[in-house]
Design a protein around this ligand. Structure first.
Ligand SMILES: NC(=O)CC[C@H](N)C(=O)O
Length: 376
């Protein structure tokens, strides 16, 4: 018999189930993710900081977890909710079972609830503040009060909280099926602003011939320029982009200096803000690995990986930015390109991890901009 656990939402809804992780309590914004695989990459994506992730796929954990699939050095999600934990772990890559991994990282996990009903509730009412508790004799009213007490993500700068504390050099390329990674010869020096970067982004840049210096989110732009970068990368990250004023002003300077710049997710939103666009909080965001996005110039449709709760409002785009991509789920903006500067960004995740790799050519576009700017 597993210990009991529950999810309490700010609207008073309570789901009773069983614990698959640490004993304790955690609050956050409850979101749903429709990916069928990649639970370990999702848990370790820093962009999930202060979010409790519900996986809609009903059977989770069958491939266990391993050291290689970590997208960062920690579990950042505030909790995990699933329908059913696989009783058997079976994969040649597995090193640990998911429930033991959650316990090790002190993450509260809830299984055995009707995740379809929860997902429909979130779809109707929007992402909600929630509290998951695991243990004996849970005080339900206190859990609802804790859910209501969560401050929410709007206005919250989490990028500076999760960012690396010190700069470092990254030179590892992508993993291939034989377990080897092979970096191309380093042609370009790219400084990556770490707002909560996923490792596979860094790997995909190295794979394409970049040598990376990863710097903390609040690194003054003068220090970045002193590194003499060929280009700058703006990473994904958690929280609201609007309060990240240090990043917005740094990007404005990079634009003035014509430095090739590529942003992903939070990095995309920050580029938009730096150019004068506005961001909005979405109802329940996009979290999954099956989202169709259209590339507007060629009309091409890509299936993409997504994880965001804020978006750049296309209505507010200044004349200096062109819309390049749109979500075919809800029509929201997915990509922008500066009209006269070598700067562009994408809202979804071209690095996948987990998810399809249709959007990977966006990395090649960054390399093209680096080539044009440097002549190398
Ligand atoms: N993955 C990300 O970078 C997410 C960006 C931002 N925190 C959002 O939720 O929209």
């Amino acid at each position: 018999m597993r210990t009991s656990a529950l999810l309490a939402l700010e609207d008073g809804t309570v789901y009773h189930g069983e614990s698959i992780g640490a004993i304790g309590q955690s609050v956050g914004e409850v979101v749903f993710n429709t990916s069928m695989t990649g639970y370990q990459e999702i848990l370790t994506d820093p962009s999930y900081c202060r979010q409790i992730v519900t996986l809609t796929y009903p059977h989770i954990g069958n491939t266990g977890v391993n050291d290689e699939d970590e997208e960062s050095d920690n579990v950042y999600a505030s909790g995990l909710i699933i329908r059913e934990l696989s009783p058997v772990v079976s994969s040649w890559r597995s090193e640990q079972a998911l429930d033991a991994y959650l316990v090790k990282h002190n993450i509260v996990g809830l299984a055995g609830i009707d995740t379809r009903s929860l997902t429909r509730l979130i779809r109707e009412k929007g992402a909600m503040k929630g509290c998951i508790v695991a243990g004996d004799n849970i005080d339900v009213e206190a859990a609802i009060a804790a859910a209501k007490g969560f401050q929410g993500l709007k206005g919250l700068d989490l990028a500076k909280e999760v960012s690396t504390k010190a700069s470092y050099v990254w030179d590892e390329a992508c993993w291939h099926i034989d377990g080897q990674s092979q970096a191309a010869e380093a042609k370009y020096h790219v400084v990556a602003y770490d707002y909560g970067a996923k490792k596979n982004i860094l790997r995909m840049l190295v794979e394409r011939g970049c040598k990376l210096t990863v710097v903390p989110a609040q690194t003054p732009v003068e220090e970045v320029l002193a590194l003499n970068p060929d280009g700058v990368f703006l990473s994904n990250g958690p929280g609201d982009p609007e309060p990240c004023d240090y990043a917005i002003s740094a990007i404005q300077t990079l634009l003035e200096k014509d430095i090739p710049t590529f942003g992903i997710c939070l990095g995309h939103q920050l580029l938009g803000l730096a150019c004068g666009a506005k961001t909005v909080k979405m109802k329940f965001g996009h979290h999954g690995a099956n989202h169709p996005v259209q590339e507007l110039l060629a009309g091409l449709v890509m299936i993409t990986s997504q994880n965001h709760g804020f978006a750049v409002d296309e209505e507010t785009l200044p004349d200096t930015l062109t819309a390049t991509h749109r979500s075919l789920f809800d029509g929201t903006l997915q990509g922008i390109h500066h009209v006269s500067k070598p700067a562009f960004s994408f809202q979804g995740h071209p690095e996948a991890s987990p998810g399809p790799q249709d959007a990977a050519p966006l990395f090649d576009h960054f390399i093209d901009l680096l080539e044009q700017a440097t002549g190398k």
